[in-house]
Design a binder for this molecule. Structure first.
Ligand SMILES: [Zn+2]
Length: 276
């Protein structure tokens, strides 16, 4: 997960511009301007927490108003394309998973439930297609489960663990989250829920394993380890992880995998043995 700094448009100016460009819906949208301003204030006040419960805040829109607000995004006028482009330019890699490149914009608060935020830039997250699938941003119990890349605190402690082991002649990698070492429990818990919601356990594993069951890290770059002892390779990998960590973050899955490989005697023995 990666933090991002949102673009600095004036959201109400953006809304007005979009509304003016929306042909038939123009008059409905114009009449909603004052209420939208109130909604934007609510969003602003509730960040970074964005508690799931709306509390007393429940703007009720008629079906026509809802449709007009959703169409602001779905049938956006040309003037909104520039805003979208600007948001897409914030980052190349999806901040939710950090595996794939960004292809879409995700509505953090979904537009069908929160149509008032359909064109609010702070609610639009550049994201890959896989993370932006139809899903809730909450657990079934109603707790927030998706990290907001603009406003949430991403834990700096190492929570993501990759365990590498040999099963017969095949290497296997398992990713898990251990948030017990997190000083502040709330961000650690949110990180764990985020990991579960976006199925990162399976997606990281898939990334780590090549077709023949060898973690990609070695199949791509085994040459450097040739002729070295197990201890030397382990040390090299630990150095590599320490160099990558400040740049990629403590919970980057590649860094976790490097550490996982370094910590697996079975796997290192197997790799070095197969090179002889
Ligand atoms: Zn993603």
């Amino acid at each position: 997960v990666k933090n991002l700094t949102p673009i600095t448009d004036d959201p109400l100016v953006t809304y007005r511009k979009v509304a003016e460009g929306r042909g038939d819906d123009q008059s409905i949208l114009r009449k909603l301007t004052r209420r939208i301003r109130g909604c934007y204030r609510w969003y602003d006040k509730r960040k970074p927490e964005l508690h799931v419960s709306r509390g007393a805040f429940h703007p009720s829109f008629t079906d026509d108003e809802k449709k007009a607000l959703i169409h602001c995004y779905v049938k956006a006028p040309r003037c909104f394309a520039e805003t979208k482009k600007e948001i897409r330019r914030l980052i190349d890699v999806c901040p939710y998973c950090t595996i794939l490149s960004t292809q879409t914009l995700d509505h953090y608060l979904p537009k069908h439930e929160y149509p008032e935020f359909s064109v609010l830039s702070q609610n639009l997250i550049p994201s890959c297609g896989t993370c932006n699938f139809p899903r809730d941003f909450r657990t079934k119990a109603g707790e927030r489960a998706l990290i907001h890349p603009y406003f949430d605190t991403i834990p700096q402690e190492r929570l993501l663990v990759a365990t590498v082991r040999m099963v017969g002649d095949t290497a296997d990698v398992t990713f898990s989250v251990d948030q017990s070492g997190c000083k502040d429990s709330a961000p650690g818990l949110l990180y764990k829920r985020h990991f579960e919601l976006l199925k990162l356990k399976e997606r990281y594993r898939k990334w780590a394993m090549s077709a023949n069951g060898v973690p990609t890290i070695f199949s791509a770059s085994m040459v450097w380890a040739r002729g070295k002892s197990c201890a030397e390779v382990r040390q090299d990998l630990e150095i590599q992880a320490s160099l990558d960590e400040p740049r990629r973050g403590a919970n980057d899955f590649r860094v976790a995998l490097t550490r996982g490989v370094a910590g697996s005697d079975d796997y290192l023995d197997y790799c070095l043995g197969s090179m002889k």
